[in-house]
Design a protein around this ligand. Structure first.
Ligand SMILES: NC(=O)c1ccc[n+]([C@@H]2O[C@H](COP(=O)([O-])OP(=O)(O)OC[C@H]3O[C@@H](n4cnc5c(N)ncnc54)[C@H](O)[C@@H]3O)[C@@H](O)[C@H]2O)c1
Length: 252
Protein backbone atom coordinates (compact mmCIF):
# COMPACT_ATOMS: atom_id res chain seq x y z
CA UNK A 1 0.00 0.00 0.00
CA UNK A 2 1.29 3.45 -0.94
CA UNK A 3 1.37 6.41 1.43
CA UNK A 4 -0.58 8.49 -1.12
CA UNK A 5 -2.99 5.90 -2.56
CA UNK A 6 -6.10 7.48 -4.16
CA UNK A 7 -4.71 11.03 -3.80
CA UNK A 8 -4.49 13.53 -6.64
CA UNK A 9 -1.51 15.89 -6.39
CA UNK A 10 -0.58 18.99 -8.39
CA UNK A 11 3.16 19.74 -8.27
CA UNK A 12 4.67 22.94 -9.72
CA UNK A 13 8.22 23.34 -11.00
CA UNK A 14 8.23 19.61 -11.72
CA UNK A 15 10.79 19.54 -14.53
CA UNK A 16 13.80 19.75 -12.25
CA UNK A 17 15.20 19.48 -8.74
CA UNK A 18 12.84 19.07 -5.80
CA UNK A 19 9.71 19.16 -7.96
CA UNK A 20 10.92 16.31 -10.15
CA UNK A 21 11.99 14.28 -7.09
CA UNK A 22 8.52 14.84 -5.63
CA UNK A 23 6.78 13.65 -8.81
CA UNK A 24 8.79 10.43 -8.74
CA UNK A 25 8.23 9.82 -5.02
CA UNK A 26 4.52 10.69 -5.04
CA UNK A 27 3.85 8.43 -8.06
CA UNK A 28 5.75 5.61 -6.34
CA UNK A 29 3.56 6.10 -3.24
CA UNK A 30 0.38 5.69 -5.30
CA UNK A 31 -0.65 9.29 -6.06
CA UNK A 32 -2.11 10.41 -9.35
CA UNK A 33 0.30 13.22 -10.17
CA UNK A 34 -0.35 16.36 -12.20
CA UNK A 35 3.22 17.45 -12.99
CA UNK A 36 3.49 21.05 -14.17
CA UNK A 37 6.24 23.43 -15.23
CA UNK A 38 6.84 26.41 -17.49
CA UNK A 39 9.60 24.40 -19.22
CA UNK A 40 7.30 21.94 -20.94
CA UNK A 41 9.82 20.13 -23.14
CA UNK A 42 12.17 19.56 -20.21
CA UNK A 43 9.21 18.36 -18.15
CA UNK A 44 8.04 15.87 -20.79
CA UNK A 45 11.56 14.51 -21.16
CA UNK A 46 12.10 14.15 -17.40
CA UNK A 47 8.75 12.49 -16.79
CA UNK A 48 9.03 10.09 -19.75
CA UNK A 49 11.35 7.76 -17.83
CA UNK A 50 9.22 7.66 -14.66
CA UNK A 51 6.67 5.00 -13.72
CA UNK A 52 3.21 5.69 -12.32
CA UNK A 53 0.04 7.66 -12.96
CA UNK A 54 1.50 10.99 -14.10
CA UNK A 55 0.13 13.61 -16.48
CA UNK A 56 1.91 16.80 -17.50
CA UNK A 57 0.66 20.33 -18.10
CA UNK A 58 2.27 23.63 -18.98
CA UNK A 59 1.87 25.96 -16.02
CA UNK A 60 3.54 29.32 -15.59
CA UNK A 61 2.79 29.83 -11.91
CA UNK A 62 2.45 33.60 -12.41
CA UNK A 63 -0.50 33.14 -14.80
CA UNK A 64 -3.92 33.10 -13.15
CA UNK A 65 -5.55 31.76 -16.31
CA UNK A 66 -3.11 28.84 -16.52
CA UNK A 67 -3.78 27.98 -12.87
CA UNK A 68 -7.50 27.86 -13.66
CA UNK A 69 -6.92 25.71 -16.77
CA UNK A 70 -4.66 23.20 -15.01
CA UNK A 71 -6.95 22.85 -11.98
CA UNK A 72 -9.98 22.26 -14.17
CA UNK A 73 -8.09 19.73 -16.30
CA UNK A 74 -6.92 17.92 -13.15
CA UNK A 75 -10.52 17.70 -11.95
CA UNK A 76 -11.72 16.43 -15.34
CA UNK A 77 -8.92 13.87 -15.55
CA UNK A 78 -8.87 12.61 -11.95
CA UNK A 79 -12.15 13.90 -10.41
CA UNK A 80 -10.64 15.94 -7.52
CA UNK A 81 -7.56 17.70 -6.14
CA UNK A 82 -6.22 16.50 -2.76
CA UNK A 83 -2.70 17.92 -2.68
CA UNK A 84 -1.00 21.08 -3.96
CA UNK A 85 2.79 21.36 -3.80
CA UNK A 86 3.74 24.97 -4.53
CA UNK A 87 7.35 24.09 -5.29
CA UNK A 88 8.31 26.37 -8.23
CA UNK A 89 10.48 29.36 -7.40
CA UNK A 90 13.26 31.42 -8.89
CA UNK A 91 16.19 32.88 -6.97
CA UNK A 92 17.41 36.34 -8.03
CA UNK A 93 20.75 37.28 -6.49
CA UNK A 94 20.60 41.03 -6.15
CA UNK A 95 21.04 42.99 -2.95
CA UNK A 96 18.66 45.72 -1.82
CA UNK A 97 20.69 48.62 -3.26
CA UNK A 98 21.39 46.83 -6.55
CA UNK A 99 17.81 45.71 -7.21
CA UNK A 100 15.51 47.78 -9.43
CA UNK A 101 11.73 47.93 -9.38
CA UNK A 102 11.36 45.67 -12.41
CA UNK A 103 13.54 42.95 -10.85
CA UNK A 104 11.79 43.33 -7.51
CA UNK A 105 8.35 42.93 -9.12
CA UNK A 106 9.53 39.90 -11.11
CA UNK A 107 10.89 38.13 -8.02
CA UNK A 108 7.75 38.87 -6.02
CA UNK A 109 5.58 37.74 -8.93
CA UNK A 110 7.36 34.41 -9.46
CA UNK A 111 7.88 33.51 -5.80
CA UNK A 112 4.95 35.04 -3.89
CA UNK A 113 2.11 36.06 -6.21
CA UNK A 114 2.42 32.60 -7.77
CA UNK A 115 1.67 30.91 -4.42
CA UNK A 116 -1.24 33.30 -3.81
CA UNK A 117 -2.69 32.40 -7.23
CA UNK A 118 -2.16 28.67 -6.69
CA UNK A 119 -3.89 28.60 -3.31
CA UNK A 120 -6.67 30.95 -4.47
CA UNK A 121 -7.42 28.68 -7.42
CA UNK A 122 -7.06 25.26 -5.81
CA UNK A 123 -8.61 25.79 -2.34
CA UNK A 124 -12.18 25.93 -3.77
CA UNK A 125 -11.59 22.48 -5.34
CA UNK A 126 -10.41 21.16 -1.97
CA UNK A 127 -13.43 22.71 -0.26
CA UNK A 128 -15.65 20.59 -2.55
CA UNK A 129 -14.16 17.47 -0.86
CA UNK A 130 -13.86 19.07 2.60
CA UNK A 131 -10.22 17.97 2.66
CA UNK A 132 -6.84 18.98 1.29
CA UNK A 133 -3.15 19.44 1.95
CA UNK A 134 -1.06 22.31 0.62
CA UNK A 135 2.71 22.49 1.01
CA UNK A 136 4.50 25.71 0.11
CA UNK A 137 8.22 25.80 -0.55
CA UNK A 138 9.79 28.71 1.31
CA UNK A 139 13.53 29.01 2.02
CA UNK A 140 15.88 29.48 4.91
CA UNK A 141 16.33 32.91 3.29
CA UNK A 142 12.94 33.87 4.75
CA UNK A 143 14.27 33.30 8.27
CA UNK A 144 17.95 34.22 8.41
CA UNK A 145 19.50 37.08 6.45
CA UNK A 146 22.83 35.33 5.98
CA UNK A 147 21.12 32.53 4.01
CA UNK A 148 19.74 34.78 1.28
CA UNK A 149 22.89 34.76 -0.87
CA UNK A 150 22.45 38.48 -1.52
CA UNK A 151 18.90 38.09 -2.79
CA UNK A 152 16.78 40.89 -1.33
CA UNK A 153 13.57 40.46 -3.33
CA UNK A 154 13.74 36.65 -3.16
CA UNK A 155 14.06 36.73 0.65
CA UNK A 156 11.18 39.17 0.92
CA UNK A 157 9.00 37.09 -1.41
CA UNK A 158 9.74 33.90 0.53
CA UNK A 159 8.98 35.74 3.78
CA UNK A 160 5.63 36.60 2.22
CA UNK A 161 5.00 32.93 1.44
CA UNK A 162 5.77 32.12 5.07
CA UNK A 163 3.11 34.60 6.26
CA UNK A 164 0.58 33.62 3.59
CA UNK A 165 0.93 29.96 4.57
CA UNK A 166 0.01 30.82 8.17
CA UNK A 167 -2.92 32.91 6.96
CA UNK A 168 -4.27 30.05 4.83
CA UNK A 169 -3.67 27.47 7.57
CA UNK A 170 -5.75 29.34 10.12
CA UNK A 171 -8.52 30.35 7.72
CA UNK A 172 -9.13 27.02 5.96
CA UNK A 173 -8.67 24.58 8.83
CA UNK A 174 -12.48 24.75 9.12
CA UNK A 175 -12.60 23.05 5.69
CA UNK A 176 -10.12 20.38 6.81
CA UNK A 177 -7.51 21.94 4.52
CA UNK A 178 -3.99 21.87 5.95
CA UNK A 179 -1.30 24.35 4.88
CA UNK A 180 2.32 23.78 5.82
CA UNK A 181 5.63 25.08 4.54
CA UNK A 182 9.10 23.69 3.98
CA UNK A 183 12.36 25.59 4.41
CA UNK A 184 15.23 24.11 2.37
CA UNK A 185 18.79 25.15 3.17
CA UNK A 186 21.47 24.41 0.56
CA UNK A 187 20.18 21.66 -1.73
CA UNK A 188 21.72 20.26 -4.91
CA UNK A 189 19.15 20.98 -7.66
CA UNK A 190 18.96 22.52 -11.13
CA UNK A 191 20.69 25.83 -10.46
CA UNK A 192 23.83 24.30 -8.93
CA UNK A 193 23.87 21.55 -11.58
CA UNK A 194 23.92 24.22 -14.30
CA UNK A 195 27.19 25.43 -12.77
CA UNK A 196 28.69 21.93 -13.02
CA UNK A 197 28.10 20.82 -9.41
CA UNK A 198 27.17 17.14 -9.60
CA UNK A 199 26.96 15.89 -5.99
CA UNK A 200 25.80 17.07 -2.57
CA UNK A 201 29.38 16.41 -1.37
CA UNK A 202 30.73 18.83 -3.97
CA UNK A 203 28.13 21.49 -3.10
CA UNK A 204 28.80 20.85 0.58
CA UNK A 205 32.44 21.95 0.22
CA UNK A 206 31.17 25.53 0.11
CA UNK A 207 29.10 25.04 3.28
CA UNK A 208 31.53 23.17 5.58
CA UNK A 209 31.58 26.02 8.10
CA UNK A 210 27.88 26.78 7.79
CA UNK A 211 26.02 23.46 7.71
CA UNK A 212 27.12 21.07 10.50
CA UNK A 213 25.62 17.83 9.16
CA UNK A 214 27.63 16.00 6.48
CA UNK A 215 27.80 16.14 3.53
CA UNK A 216 27.03 19.84 4.32
CA UNK A 217 24.42 20.13 1.53
CA UNK A 218 21.20 18.27 0.80
CA UNK A 219 19.65 16.49 -2.18
CA UNK A 220 16.28 17.01 -3.87
CA UNK A 221 14.96 13.80 -2.31
CA UNK A 222 15.52 15.24 1.20
CA UNK A 223 12.93 17.91 0.41
CA UNK A 224 10.63 15.52 -1.49
CA UNK A 225 10.48 13.33 1.63
CA UNK A 226 9.31 16.37 3.60
CA UNK A 227 6.68 17.13 0.95
CA UNK A 228 5.51 13.51 1.19
CA UNK A 229 5.03 13.58 4.96
CA UNK A 230 3.13 16.88 4.90
CA UNK A 231 1.03 15.84 1.87
CA UNK A 232 0.03 12.45 3.30
CA UNK A 233 -2.52 11.65 6.00
CA UNK A 234 0.38 10.82 8.32
CA UNK A 235 0.42 14.56 9.09
CA UNK A 236 -3.39 14.83 9.38
CA UNK A 237 -3.16 16.87 12.63
CA UNK A 238 -0.36 19.15 11.40
CA UNK A 239 -1.09 22.59 9.96
CA UNK A 240 0.59 25.99 9.92
CA UNK A 241 3.87 24.17 10.57
CA UNK A 242 7.31 25.14 9.31
CA UNK A 243 9.58 22.22 8.48
CA UNK A 244 13.20 23.27 8.17
CA UNK A 245 15.39 20.86 6.17
CA UNK A 246 18.83 22.40 6.27
CA UNK A 247 21.36 20.02 7.88
CA UNK A 248 21.41 22.21 10.97
CA UNK A 249 22.30 25.50 9.27
CA UNK A 250 19.67 27.48 11.20
CA UNK A 251 20.76 26.12 14.57
CA UNK A 252 23.52 28.72 14.80
N1 LIG B 1 18.05 24.55 -4.15
C1 LIG B 1 18.12 25.19 -3.01
O1 LIG B 1 19.16 25.20 -2.35
C2 LIG B 1 16.91 25.91 -2.47
C3 LIG B 1 16.99 26.49 -1.22
C4 LIG B 1 15.88 27.13 -0.69
C5 LIG B 1 14.69 27.15 -1.40
N2 LIG B 1 14.63 26.59 -2.63
C6 LIG B 1 13.34 26.60 -3.33
O2 LIG B 1 13.05 25.29 -3.78
C7 LIG B 1 12.10 25.34 -4.84
C8 LIG B 1 12.49 24.40 -5.95
O3 LIG B 1 13.70 24.86 -6.54
P1 LIG B 1 14.87 23.90 -7.00
O4 LIG B 1 16.04 24.19 -6.15
O5 LIG B 1 14.39 22.49 -7.12
O6 LIG B 1 15.20 24.56 -8.42
P2 LIG B 1 15.24 24.02 -9.91
O7 LIG B 1 15.78 25.16 -10.70
O8 LIG B 1 15.92 22.70 -10.00
O9 LIG B 1 13.69 23.82 -10.27
C9 LIG B 1 12.80 24.89 -10.37
C10 LIG B 1 11.75 24.57 -11.44
O10 LIG B 1 10.81 25.66 -11.47
C11 LIG B 1 10.50 25.91 -12.82
N3 LIG B 1 10.00 27.28 -13.00
C12 LIG B 1 10.70 28.43 -13.07
N4 LIG B 1 9.87 29.46 -13.30
C13 LIG B 1 8.61 28.95 -13.35
C14 LIG B 1 7.33 29.51 -13.58
N5 LIG B 1 7.15 30.84 -13.78
N6 LIG B 1 6.26 28.69 -13.58
C15 LIG B 1 6.42 27.36 -13.38
N7 LIG B 1 7.61 26.75 -13.19
C16 LIG B 1 8.69 27.56 -13.18
C17 LIG B 1 11.79 25.67 -13.59
O11 LIG B 1 11.55 25.43 -14.98
C18 LIG B 1 12.36 24.45 -12.85
O12 LIG B 1 11.93 23.24 -13.45
C19 LIG B 1 12.02 26.81 -5.23
O13 LIG B 1 10.85 27.38 -4.67
C20 LIG B 1 13.24 27.43 -4.58
O14 LIG B 1 13.07 28.80 -4.31
C21 LIG B 1 15.71 25.98 -3.19
Amino acid sequence: MGRLDNKVAIITGAASGMGLAAVQLFAKEGAKVVATDIAVEQLEKAISTLEGDIITFALDVSSEQQWKDVSEQAKVEFGKIDILINNAGVSVHKGLLDEDLEGWNRAINLNLTSVFLGMKTVIPYMQQNNKGSIVNCVSLAAIIGSADNGAAAYSAAKGGVRALSKHAAINYAKDNIRVNSIYPGAILTGAAQKYGVTSAEQLGNAFKNTIPLPPHAGEAIDIANGYLYLASDESKFVTGEELIIDGGWSTH
